[in-house]
Design a protein around this ligand. Structure first.
Ligand SMILES: [Cu+2]
Length: 670
């Protein structure tokens, strides 16, 4: 218990420093008027307005670019496509990523396909990010949850068609994109449709060198149909189809020739006019992903390998919203069944002369069922308590357990785990200030790779990874706090959290076994450290300098250590982002600077080296006008204007990022 106390006191020290710092700042600001009563309203409106899939700099962004504008998200990048989102500086195994609450699991053992790669910015309305155990609504988690919310037009008394067409060209990688959506609404029937296509060639870095194998092609389309079955109920059918072809991953020894996903659901929603229950929303879903990667695009390889993967998931989500007086609650049932399969097929030059076959995911089934509750109690008009938790049951089965027995003889073929979680937080508004404190506790089960992976080559540290079916649950203890100030022109918010994670799962060098992939230097097994700690801090400020001139700034800091005081990998160094926005009539001008400081706390043990600091400067301008009542916006901009040559702490294999990129886009609303 001792180490927990020490670590907690550490965290308290950090948080005290922050609160003190804010206190000083707040006093300085206090001289200004303090008689605003509608701050909370404003904050709420602010949040709603911000939830548009575009950033300050760019109106036509990819889902990844949009996520990158959040201070809670960082990325591991293996190229130009499908970045792996890290929430609270933790890898995707530690967070739940869902689409409208539906679980979708990638089919790639090398994480080429995070769930965010199967949607497009024009079929999403918002992305809901929740930190830590508060994100436990959709299933057990440590880092929190990322829920991608699809566009969902509501019923209306007036029949109406609406649409948006976006197109653009990015000069650096010759990316051409076309995105279209259309929606129809009436009092009985609603339809939402979207279609998009992106095609990009290799990008060039800051030294104007082409980064080979960084091209991609992506097609995405979605359709949603809803029918009002009665005054208070509706039925909705949704589908997404996504296909990526010829996607290069410059940081990996392999590329993707085809990735395809079909994501479907049927949902039924019942509203209640009276009583405790407000809404009851239930959904059944099915999704299937296929992923084919190979290294035949790399002629330097004498022996080739195909590594296809498949992931199929069936599930159910059912949610009830309750409200009585100053108390409201959400109760959600989640259940899903996933089958993950990945194969390795080695052959010299001719595919028919296969020399080796193995399952890197030996037909692993995961069944999960859990009940989650979120409660919210308004203690006074200015203070609120949120509390809740979940209890999940997680079952795994490995069909070809022989592969797991090579390194873990006699390991269990089936494994059942209980995954409890609890959290509570208190927030209060005091004049122009708001404060919150909270805590959480939760378990997560090892992922398919961590539990059952067989010779999964990790090109970052160049080891082959082996799963262990009998790993213990990872257990997270978490505390968080925030403090903010807001007046008419200025706002400042500081947030911090601290995680103490028991049985932290990470790869450690195994003395047995020899590497299978010719590039690899050895074999690592997933094991549990006694514990690891993680601290995240962010500071956000906004200032309206004059009426149409707005400034924004963000600073983030994180620190992660293992039980021997060694650094954890992929922890973002001190980073900053600052932007200025100016509007004049129908014109808009934006400029921003972002960068990371030098990475001092890197981890050689996990394949990291010291990454120097970098700074990127961006600029864009837009103009809005009307073509026959169609609101039209054109935008021109440049990213990385100074053509800085850089790679970040989380660029796999230190591949350089894109150099100067001029972009243009057009958006027509009709
Ligand atoms: Cu892959």
């Amino acid at each position: 218990m001792n180490f927990i106390l020490i670590s907690y006191s550490d965290a308290m020290r950090y948080i005290t420093i922050i609160v003190c710092f804010l206190g000083i700042f707040a006093n300085a600001q206090n001289i200004e008027n303090d008689t605003l009563t509608t701050e909370l309203e404003e904050i709420k409106i602010d949040v709603v307005v911000k939830k548009k899939i575009e950033t300050e700099m760019k109106m036509a962004v990819t889902v990844d670019e949009f996520l990158a504008s959040s201070d809670q998200i960082s990325f591991i990048k293996r190229g130009a496509y499908a970045w792996e989102p890290l929430l609270n500086n933790m890898s995707t195994e530690r967070s739940t990523v869902t689409i409208d609450g539906m679980h979708v699991f990638g089919a790639c053992t090398d994480k080429m396909d995070p769930i965010t790669s199967y949607v497009e910015s024009n079929n999403l309305s918002t992305i809901d990010i929740k930190s830590g155990q508060e994100g436990g609504m959709h299933g057990s988690t440590v880092a929190g949850s990322i829920d991608l919310k699809r566009k969902n037009t509501s019923f209306s008394e007036i029949k109406e068609w609406k649409g948006v067409y976006q197109s653009g060209f990015e000069f650096n990688n010759k990316q051409f994109f076309n995105l279209g959506n259309i929606s129809f609404t009436s009092n009985k029937f609603v339809a939402d449709g979207s279609i998009s296509y992106r095609k990009a060639e290799n990008y060039s870095d800051g030294n104007n060198n082409e980064v080979n194998h960084s091209q991609f092609k992506k097609f995405n389309s979605s359709l949603g149909l809803a029918y009002k079955t009665s005054d208070l109920s509706s039925l909705r059918v949704d589908a997404i189809f996504d296909q990526a072809n010829d996607v290069g991953y410059p940081a990996l020894p392999m590329d993707l020739w085809l990735s395809r996903a079909i994501i479907t659901s049927v949902s039924y929603k019942q509203l209640f006019e009276e009583g405790l229950i407000g809404v009851w929303d239930s959904k059944i879903y099915f999704n299937a992903i296929e992923h084919y990667m190979d290294d035949t695009t790399r002629p330097e390889n004498l022996v080739h390998m195909d590594m296809p993967g498949w992931s199929t998931t069936y599930g159910l989500v059912s949610k009830i919203n309750l409200k009585k007086g100053n108390y409201s609650s959400e109760v959600q049932l989640n259940a899903y069944d996933n089958l993950s399969i990945a194969e390795m097929r080695m052959y010299p030059q001719d595919r028919t002369e296969r020399t080796m076959f193995a399952y890197s995911w030996p037909w692993v089934t995961t069944k999960y069922a859990g009940l989650s509750v979120n409660n919210s109690l308004e203690v006074t008009e200015k203070s609120q308590v949120n509390f809740g938790g979940s209890l999940g049951l997680n079952y795994n089965h490995s069909k070809y357990v022989d592969f797991n027995w090579i390194f873990h003889p006699g390991a269990s073929q089936e494994k059942t785990r209980f995954l409890p979680s609890l959290y509570a937080d208190y927030n209060v508004d005091v004049k122009q200030f708001n404060f919150s404190v909270g805590g959480g506790y939760g378990h997560r089960a090892p992922s398919v790779s961590e539990g059952y992976g067989y010779y999964i080559y990790n090109s970052f540290d160049r080891y082959d990874y082996i799963g262990n079916p009998d790993l213990k649950n990872e257990i997270s203890y978490e505390i968080n706090a925030s403090a903010g100030f807001k007046n008419e022109k200025f706002s400042l918010q500081a947030k911090a959290n601290y995680f103490h994670i028991q049985n932290y799962i990470i790869g450690r060098i195994l003395s047995m076994g020899s590497p299978m992939n010719y590039q690899s230097v050895g074999v690592k097994g997933y094991t549990s450290l006694d514990y690891a700690i993680l601290f995240n801090f962010s500071l956000n400020a906004k200032y309206d300098i004059i009426e149409h001139l707005h400034w924004k700034g963000t600073l983030t800091y994180a620190r992660g250590k293992d039980n021997k005081d060694g650094n954890l990998p992929f922890i973002r160094p001190l980073s900053y982002q600052t932007s200025l926005q100016y509007h004049y009539k129908d014109f808009g001008f934006q400029t921003s600077i972002n960068g990371d400081l030098k990475q001092i706390n890197y981890s050689p043990e996990y394949g990291e080296d010291k990454t120097p600091s970098y700074i990127v400067w961006n600029l864009s301008a837009d103009y809005t006008f009307y073509i026959n009542n169609f609101r039209t916006t054109i935008q021109v901009g440049a990213e990385n204007i100074l053509n800085e040559y850089y790679s970040t702490y989380a660029d796999w294999g230190n591949i350089p990022r894109m150099g100067r990129n001029i972009f243009t886009s057009l958006k027509i609303n009709f």
